[in-house]
Write a protein that binds this ligand. Structure first.
Ligand code: HXC
Ligand code: NAP
Length: 265
């Protein structure tokens, strides 16, 4: 069995619509392949039209109903318009995936106020904007899920990327609050914390380009980077009926890094 996709029943998400930010690359792209492969309609929002065009073309070639819109999650009006377009195009929204993020290594003493603000705006404010704008559609769904992609470094603190750690910690807190507030509306709200995932901008930029690949692998209990498919499979689980009683949870998919990392630093 090559992909987590094979363990799920074909057509599992046939009647569902997914709104995903940053689904044109990396982990987000893998989530589009997984949920689209299970029958969901996929609507992607992010900034880069070339990347989004290729993603939608490839998804469509695989038989997935997919579309995109250009939107910067830092701008509430753009987010609101993107959500409205998705609901109009596909008749509602059942699953919101908050995946878009920005990050870079920078010692905090050297980080400019705008560098800090940029990452908080993309990760934390963007997640809140999407949740707020999608809420009426999710409430009407009957199968609603919000899944935000975060990191265990939100809990430990993230030296050299304090901006991203703080933003992700905010997302975790928002997740817990919404899990309670929106439970009566039938909306399940969770996060997934990946470990370092091979072949992604995150790992390339933060670990490979900085020469830290080997040390970072040594800080994962399983002694390897994860696969995009590992995260996409976790998302499919939360979207499936097997996830019906899971809300307000951080699902850690990190090869045991959270414990080895803490004991190594
Ligand atoms: C210090 C930096 C910087 C760097 C940008 N800034 N890069 N400061 N070191 N390497 C500062 C700039 O100087 C500026 O502040 C402010 O941040 C905004 O920069 P812009 O380039 O104008 O922003 P923008 O064009 O909007 O780009 C946003 C971005 C960019 C976050 C900087 O990298 C981006 O678009 N990233 C999206 C893709 C990405 O990062 N993916 C990785 C996600 S991985 P001043 O003061 O000069 O105006 C992840 C977890 C990985 O989240 C975990 C691995 C295990
Ligand atoms: P990625 O490929 O760079 O994905 C980030 C996406 O966010 C891009 O597709 C980008 O698309 C979009 N984006 C960035 N800024 C945006 C903005 N202002 N508005 C709208 N979209 C924006 O990186 P990735 O590594 O796969 O990361 C995906 C998620 O996983 C992130 O939440 C990240 O924090 C999390 N994560 C990753 C790892 C890892 O090992 N890679 C580990 C833990 C957590 P555009 O350029 O088109 O805007």
């Amino acid at each position: 069995m090559d992909s987590a996709l094979e363990i799920f029943q074909p057509g599992l998400l046939d009647d569902r619509t997914v709104f995903i930010t940053g689904g044109g690359s990396g982990i987000g792209r893998g989530i589009c392949d997984m949920l689209g492969g299970l029958g969901a309609k996929i609507f992607i929002a992010s900034r880069n039209p070339e990347k989004l065009g290729v993603a939608v073309e490839e998804l469509s070639a695989d038989g997935v109903t997919a579309d995109f819109i250009i939107a910067d999650v830092r701008d509430y009006e753009q987010v609101e318009a993107a959500i409205a377009r998705c609901a109009e195009r596909f008749g509602g929204i059942d699953i919101l995936i908050n995946n878009a993020a920005g990050n870079f290594n920078c010692p905090t003493a050297e980080l400019s106020p705008n560098g800090w603000k940029t990452v908080i705006d993309i990760d934390l404010n963007g997640t809140f904007y999407c949740c707020k704008a999608a809420y009426p559609h999710l409430k009407a769904s009957g199968h609603a899920r919000i899944i935000s992609i975060t990191t265990t470094l939100a809990r430990s603190g993230w030296p050299q990327a304090a901006h991203a750690g703080a933003a992700k910690a905010g997302i975790q807190s928002l997740t817990n609050a919404l899990a309670v507030e929106w439970a009566p509306d039938g909306i399940l709200v969770n996060s997934i914390s990946p470990g370092p995932i091979a072949g992604t901008v995150g790992v390339d930029k933060l670990y490979i380009e900085t020469g830290q690949e080997e040390v970072m692998i040594s800080r994962v209990a399983l002694r390897r980077f994860g696969k995009i498919d590992d995260i996409a499979g976790a998302v499919a689980f939360l979207c499936s009926p097997a996830g019906n009683y899971v809300t307000g949870t951080e699902l850690v998919v990190d090869g045991g890094r959270q414990w080895t990392f803490a004991s190594a630093s």
